[in-house]
Structures are given as structure tokens and as C-alpha cells.
Design a protein around this ligand. Structure first.
Ligand code: SF4
Ligand code: SF4
Length: 244
């Protein structure tokens, strides 16, 4: 998928909104502060676009392996927790670049507010999760998410032979998405995509606690020019981008 940089940043006017929002869908405004993180941590990601190699898929591959995400070979129904979008920047006349896009773990997540069963919820540290045992597969959350970060499990899945026992296989008919590798975060490790990106030598992704003013991510978000995708939607996303 290719997008224009102005559209990504919400500078393209009303006509561009349809590119990110599902057709005909009005974004539901989230009441401020209702779900704001109040815990000691506020986990967030920062992606330095200038270091993201357009040909590299290490983060996507690591995510699939870590989280037992199958590929069904059906592009319309395959599950994507992280994907790369090509962005054109004709305005600045620079070459196209790629943008890893995943769940933004929004501070005011519309996916949580539309969920009729409370299957979608936000932890106090800001990580947005889905309880598959409560999910009825209505897909309201998929429509509400402006970042197209959620996938329905269309087909029965079974654990891969070399699967990760820490992450349960999701049942057919539920919705899933990036968890920031919550099982790793709770164990003091970064998400698998971030670790792999660092190990690959590109070091485009980093993860950390925005509530810790001394953390590297806090320092970089505070002192460098960073952006989020479509900040105009008011959801306060927590995947930040440098060099966008
Ligand atoms: S990016 Fe989408 S799925 Fe993730 S928290 Fe925001 S609205 Fe929900
Ligand atoms: S598909 Fe599941 S998580 Fe999404 S809104 Fe419906 S019940 Fe909630």
C-alpha cells in the first residue's frame, strides 16, 4: 500500500480521511481521561524512519514467529499485527520510504469504546489488549480503528511446530492485533520487532516508558522532532515516528 505523507500526518484535508478511516464510518469520539494511563509506566514505541530499510521485513517476520501468527496465503484474510506502508513525499521531493504500521495503543482507543462485550480493554500501562474469551467477532473494533491495526481470525489455527508456548493460539472468529508483546514487556524485555530491528543492525525501532523522564524514548520524544500518524484524530497514539 502506498500513501502520501500529508495523508499520513492528517494534513491532506477532508478528502484524505477516507484513506485511513473505513468508508462511511464516523470516528467515535472517546471521552478524555476515561482510559488514560494512570500507572507507573506508559509504554510507547519510537520508529526512526530514516533508519528503516524499505527492503527489510525483519520486524514483521519476528512478530509472526513470536506471536504464532499464521499465514493462510489469502491476502484478503491474512492476519497482520505489523505491516509496512510505502509513503510518497512529493512535497519535499525525497524518495519514497517505508513506515512500519501497527496498533498505536492509543490513549483514547475507539476500539475499546465500541466493544459491546468489554473484550477490548486498555491496561493501566496503556497497552490495549483483546480478551479472546469475551470476543464475539462482531468486528466493531475493526471498523472503529482508524489505523486498520486489527485482524479477524478467519480460519481455524493450530500451534506451529516451533511455536512460542508463551502466546496462546487465537480461536477462529475472534479479532486480534499487536499486544506490544505484552508477555515480553511484563518480563522486562522489549517487543520482538524492536529487539530484532536492533539485532539486524538497522536500529530503527525502540521501545520504552514515557512516564520515565530519564528513559531514552522520553528524551527523544521530548528533544527531537517526532510525529504520530493522524494526530488530528485526537486518539493520542503511542507509536511515534522520527524523520516522517
Ligand atoms: S491503533 Fe486501533 S486497535 Fe490500536 S488502540 Fe488505536 S484504535 Fe485500538
Ligand atoms: S470483535 Fe470482539 S473485540 Fe472487537 S468489538 Fe466485537 S467483541 Fe469487542
Amino acid at each position: 500500500m502506498t500513501m502520501d505523507r500529508r495523508t499520513v500526518l492528517g494534513m491532506g484535508g477532508a478528502a484524505a480521511v477516507g484513506v485511513l478511516l473505513a468508508p462511511g464510518v464516523q470516528l467515535i469520539a472517546a471521552p478524555p481521561n476515561e482510559t488514560a494511563a494512570a500507572n507507573a509506566h506508559r509504554w510507547a514505541m519510537l520508529v526512526d524512519i530514516t533508519k528503516c530499510n524499505p527492503a527489510c521485513t525483519a520486524c514483521i517476520d519476528a512478530c509472526r514467529k513470536e506471536n504464532n501468527i499464521p499465514l493462510f496465503g489469502d491476502p484478503a484474510r491474512d492476519i497482520h499485527w505489523i505491516r509496512k506502508v510505502e509513503v510518497q513525499d512529493k512535497e519535499r521531493q525525497r524518495p519514497p520510504f517505508t513506515l512500519p504500521v501497527l496498533c498505536n495503543h492509543c490513549e483514547y482507543p475507539p476500539c475499546v469504546h465500541v466493544c459491546p462485550t468489554s473484550a477490548s480493554f486498555v491496561r493501566k500501562d496503556g497497552i490495549v489488549l483483546v480478551d479472546e474469551h469475551r470476543c464475539i467477532g462482531c468486528r466493531y473494533c475493526m471498523i472503529a480503528c482508524p489505523y486498520k491495526a486489527r485482524s479477524l481470525v478467519y480460519f481455524p489455527t493450530k500451534p506451529p511446530k516451533d511455536g512460542n508456548p508463551q502466546v496462546p493460539i487465537r480461536a477462529k472468529g475472534v479479532v486480534e492485533k499487536c499486544t506490544f508483546c505484552v508477555h515480553r514487556v511484563d518480563d522486562g524485555q522489549p517487543p520482538a520487532c524492536v529487539e530484532t530491528c536492533q539485532q539486524s543492525g538497522h536500529a530503527a525501532m525502540m521501545f520504552g516508558d514515557l512516564n520515565d523522564p530519564q528513559s531514552e524514548i522520553s528524551q527523544r520524544v521530548k528533544t527531537l522532532r517526532t510525529e504520530t500518524i493522524r494526530p488530528d484524530l485526537g486518539l493520542k497514539p503511542h507509536v511515534h515516528y522520527q524523520g516522517l
